[in-house]
Design a protein around this ligand. Structure first.
Ligand code: TEU
Length: 568
């Protein structure tokens, strides 16, 4: 990708808003579009280029909007279509773009398509979803009678029995999120039409929810295959049947032709792809193939998982280096990476990979940010990450709201696990950690709402909030501002070649970026131990400091959680 021909998003930074937790404008305790419109200065001040908005469509909110009952409207909880138009206009006026969440692997069970599909086995929309009779010879509702043994992402089987017809429908996520049948061309056309409608309205692209799961491996006779059994469970893994299924590239190429091709606007498409490999990602993001611009891969946020996300191990630095290193190399010539630590599904990175003790919270938040933002790819900042927001001190089950956590608790406890241990795992890994309201100031509900917040504000907001950081040049916020500006200023940050250094070192993450004779050396000490930089990386001696996260110190020493970007 020679300089000058690179797409606009190679030097862009995206900011993700999870609307129910960003800013409330009407006092109902839930964030909304009115709130986002009030806070646009925060985005301008950060300098981000794109806003990715998690779902604001009409929804029963079983999965906080990832269960959509109408793709072409706004839920009154969040505002109105008129406000969405206003947001598009306001962002464009500020030189920013709006990327909407596209959730088309499944709908809500309250979507009119599903209501019609469910209404009878002869419905013209029956085939829009995955309906199957019980497993051969078994009666509907019998234990194990589900058509396949797949385990849902949100616990239990992926099949829900519909008593009326005696058939099951497929849901990879919650039972209130039935999977659409992409084998049916009518389904695909209805989705493409909806996408064109949003682009015509002025939105600048889509973040595509679990888009690598839309193609299921189905035999010609309609049979779906059991997967390998999961340890300690009567269920199996269906991954081989729906992660990057047989027609996934065909579907994405068709979508590209029908929706994006030939549009003059500068758009952005990013596919969320759990389980994607780097080889597949290269195909998905090869511009010549016309699929998507970049993908969210999950390898680095799975490195600390044990048998499941609820079984957490410490992250080993050499594993992270090996993983990021392979992704950087794998997409160096063809394709493009997206870069993230945090999003609405992950616990807060400063608590998980950093050190959220009072002494090191700021330093580790800025160190992790530097590490990520200096890689090659498009960085994503999740709301509150730029403030160093940390995990929530959950005390009891009542503190949780997330369907994944609550389903898991029910299943794990009924399977005989120790409730205290289950709660402990939820405390570290629950998605609710990411979903507490943004901390704007030190007032009782952190400036998020005048009412009762839907999920409690983290008590640490009295110290950790935007107002306290805005004018402070040493704040996490100020550091993010500098990182974002650096990507805009230096082509080497956007496009430079990546070379990993010290792959075996436990504490120091180091790499170079090079472009047209300019080389940056990035060194990050991801530990509480100081290290002698000059003996580790002699080339650092005398190099010019482009950006660092700590006050000036001995250039030969790398202090705990220190990050430096040096020009060689
Ligand atoms: O998430 C997809 C996904 O597989 C995981 O991130 C999942 O949410 C879970 O955290 C695994 O432990 C997407 C959305 O980002 C998520 O919010 C939705 O709940 C999910 O799809 C269903 O739409």
């Amino acid at each position: 990708m020679p300089d000058g021909t690179a797409p606009w998003w190679t030097s862009a930074v995206v900011y993700q808003i999870y609307p129910r937790s960003f800013q409330d404008s009407d006092g109902d305790g839930v964030g909304d579009l009115g709130g986002i419109l009030q806070r646009l200065d925060h985005l301008t001040d950060l300098g981000v280029d794109v806003l990715w908005l998690s779902p604001v469509y009409p929804s029963p909110q079983a999965d906080n909007g990832y269960d959509i009952s109408d793709y072409q409207d706004i839920d009154p909880l969040f505002g109105s279509l008129a406000q969405l138009d206003e947001l598009i206009e306001a962002l464009h006026a500020r030189g920013m773009k709006l990327v909407m969440d596209l959730v088309v692997n499944h709908t809500s069970d309250a979507h009119p398509w599903f209501l019609e599909s469910r209404s009878s086995a002869d419905s013209p929309k029956r085939d829009w979803y995955w309906w199957r009779p019980p497993r051969g010879g078994m009666a509907a509702g019998d234990p194990g009678a589900e058509p396949t043994n797949w385990q849902s992402f949100f616990s239990g089987p992926t099949w829900e029995l519909d008593e009326a017809s005696g058939e099951y429908y497929l849901h990879l996520f919650d039972r209130r999120q039935p999977d659409l049948n992409w084998e049916n061309p009518q389904v695909r056309q209805a989705i493409y039409e909806m996408m064109r409608w949003w682009l015509d309205r002025g939105v600048d692209g889509f973040r595509m929810d679990v888009i690598n799961m839309i193609s299921k491996d189905v035999a010609e006779d309609g049979h779906l295959h059991d997967g390998p059994p999961l340890p300690g469970s009567s269920l199996g893994s269906g991954y081989a049947s729906f992660i990057c299924g047989p027609r996934i590239h065909e579907f994405l190429q068709e979508m590209h032709r029908e929706v994006f091709a030939g549009r003059p606007e500068a758009l952005l498409t990013v596919g969320e792809m759990p389980g994607v490999t780097v080889e597949q990602a290269r195909l998905f993001t090869d511009p010549a193939r016309g699929e998507v611009d970049m993908v969210f891969q999950f390898e680095h946020v799975g490195l600390d998982h044990g048998t499941s996300k609820w079984d957490l191990n410490p992250l080993r630095m050499r594993d992270l280096k090996a993983s990021f290193g392979r992704w950087q190399a794998g997409l160096a010539e063809v394709g493009w990476n997206s870069l993230y630590w945090d999003n609405h599904d992950q616990p807060r990175a400063v608590s998980r990979f950093g050190d959220d003790s009072p002494r090191y919270r700021r330093d580790s938040a800025t160190c992790l940010a530097t590490l990520l933002h200096l890689h090659r790819g498009t960085p994503y900042v999740y709301q509150g990450q730029e403030l160093g927001m940390a995990n929530y001190p959950f005390a009891s089950l009542d503190d949780f709201r997330d369907v994944e956590s609550l389903n898991h608790h029910v299943q794990a406890v009924s399977a005989g696990q120790d409730p205290a241990a289950v709660l402990d795992a939820m405390r570290t890994m629950s998605r609710d950690n990411a979903r507490t309201p943004v901390q704007w100031d030190a007032s009782p509900h952190a400036g998020f709402t005048s009412g009762e917040p839907w999920l409690a504000v983290n008590p640490d907001h009295v110290e950790w909030n935007a107002e306290a950081q805005r004018e402070d040049p040493t704040s996490v916020l100020a550091h993010y501002r500098r990182l974002i500006a650096l990507r805009h200023q230096l082509p080497v940050v956007a496009l430079g070649d990546f070379t990993m250094l010290l792959p075996e070192h436990d504490d120091v993450y180091a790499f170079t970026r090079s472009l047209d004779g300019e080389t940056l050396l990035v060194v990050c000490n991801v530990s509480r131990r100081a290290h002698d930089l000059t003996s580790l990386l002699p080339q650092a001696a005398g190099a010019e400091l482009v950006l660092g996260n700590l006050a000036d110190g001995d250039p030969g020493e790398l202090r705990p959680w220190e990050a430096r970007v040096l020009r060689l």
